[in-house]
Write a protein of this length. Structure first.
Length: 339
């Protein structure tokens, strides 16, 4: 009987542990819409819970900052016709991209400092530059278009790392589209680890990749060493954000688009409830995730996904001990025979 009690208790605790693991993937979702906007996209989040992104107002694109109190602040690079914000660090520095219709050089990246001043970012010799992510050390990652390529025939897109004004080009090994490279860098954490995505050779394209449609692979880059990221069973994977714990978020495609969380190679789908599709763009150290979803009418909204608190190990142990005591006391009551 004693062995049976121990076995039953072990099974009960194992069951609780399984529930604990399942709850680890649970989130509370909050929809994000800039008041009066045609659409809203949430791109980045810092550890204070400040969120940046972009919205459209009468067909004009603006960046925005959503403060923790719920107030929206528009972000527009001076004189720009189009602005979008992609990343924010814990100091409140924001990076993004902008363009002007009068500018023959295409788009530019920007850094918005906490004092409100803008700094234009251009990879040397590039036709177009976008700044996507910034860490607490002020390192910036992004994408640039090589001006030596012919826009009519080639797509020459590269990632970059900007450290104090010094640029380093980022290309995933063997990545190309037709004759050209295609690598985009999107997120960087405080350890300098970078994530993004690339198009590989046609021979290495995932099974089921449509003809004439570039299927992407995500990547993780640390110290110049690349690790390819592919969600199992997906035909398309793009990595967008990484936190200091090394958790990575992005999107993957099968019959539609879904967000994902990659924790040490273990993938969790992220889907806004009832959405047509979902994409995850940013994650902070608390595990909060931001991104976009499309509803049944294909309208685009931002979202914040906050992890549901998990039962602590101490709580699970207490429950297990309680079950053991209950089983022992129940056995004693059943075994008692009055004289």
């Amino acid at each position: 009987m004693r062995k049976m009690i121990i076995l039953a208790t072990a099974v009960a605790i194992s069951g609780l542990t399984a529930i604990h693991s399942a709850n680890a993937a649970s989130y509370t979702f909050t929809q994000i819409d800039v008041p009066g906007a045609d659409f809203t996209e949430a791109h980045g989040i810092n550890d204070a819970g400040q969120i940046v992104g972009r919205f459209s107002d009468n067909s004009t694109s603006h960046g925005f900052l959503l403060n923790t109190g719920g107030s929206f602040t528009p972000i527009d690079f001076p004189g720009a016709d189009f602005t979008e914000a992609f990343g924010i660090n814990d100091a409140g520095q924001i990076v993004g991209g902008f363009s002007r219709s009068s500018d023959s050089m295409g788009g530019h990246g920007f850094l918005l400092n906490t004092g409100g001043s803008f700094t234009q970012i251009d990879f040397p010799g590039a036709h177009t530059t976008e700044a996507h992510g910034i860490n607490d050390a002020g390192q910036i990652v992004g994408t640039f278009f090589d001006s030596t390529c012919s826009p009519s025939s080639d797509t020459c897109i590269h990632g970059f790392l900007n450290t104090g004004g010094s640029f380093t080009r980022i290309d995933a090994p063997g990545a190309f589209l037709t004759k050209a490279f295609l690598t985009e860098a999107y997120g960087i954490n405080d350890a300098g680890k970078i994530v993004g995505f690339f198009v590989n050779t046609a021979q290495d394209a995932p099974a089921g990749c449509p003809v004439f449609f570039p299927c992407f692979h995500g990547f993780f880059n640390t110290g110049g060493s690349f690790t390819q990221i592919d969600v199992p069973g997906a035909v398309d994977t793009q990595a967008y954000g990484i936190n200091d714990a090394g958790q990575i978020v992005g999107r993957f495609g099968d019959t539609g688009f879904h967000g994902f969380l990659d924790t040490g190679g273990s993938f969790t789908p992220i889907d806004f409830p009832g959405a047509f599709d979902t994409e995850a763009y940013g994650i902070n150290d608390a595990g909060q995730i931001v991104g976009i979803f499309r509803d049944s009418t294909f309208s685009v909204h931002g979202f914040l996904a906050t992890p549901v608190p998990e039962p602590s190990t101490l709580t699970l142990l207490s429950v297990g001990i309680g079950l053991t005591v209950f089983c022992v006391m129940r056995r004693r009551v059943i075994s008692y025979k009055p004289l």
